[in-house]
Design a protein. Structure first.
Length: 89
């Protein structure tokens, strides 16, 4: 957890809020599927604390673990194009 606190000092508040929202969405999807954190951890191949950290919105969790958890519950992220670039749509 100390690592997450150290990392969060370098992250913009909008990004921190987005991380928290991603974690909350992952938690809601897991709960809607009727699964506990231990089941999600086993399915993803990580420690149960990793699931808890993702759902709590801690910024120090591996992006691969976050994306893996989202994929387990069929969640996807939609990112805006970088500033200065037009959307391909």
């Amino acid at each position: 957890m100390a690592q997450g606190k150290r990392i969060s000092a370098d992250i913009d508040s909008d990004a921190l809020q987005a991380i928290k929202e991603i974690g909350a969405a992952a938690k809601q999807a897991r709960l809607s599927a009727g699964e506990g954190q231990a089941v999600a951890a086993t399915r993803l191949g990580v420690h149960v604390q990793t699931i808890a950290r993702i759902e709590a919105g801690e910024p120090g969790v591996s992006i691969g673990h976050v994306m893996g958890l989202l994929a387990l519950y069929s969640l996807a992220l939609s990112l805006p194009p970088p500033q200065g670039e037009k959307s391909p749509h």
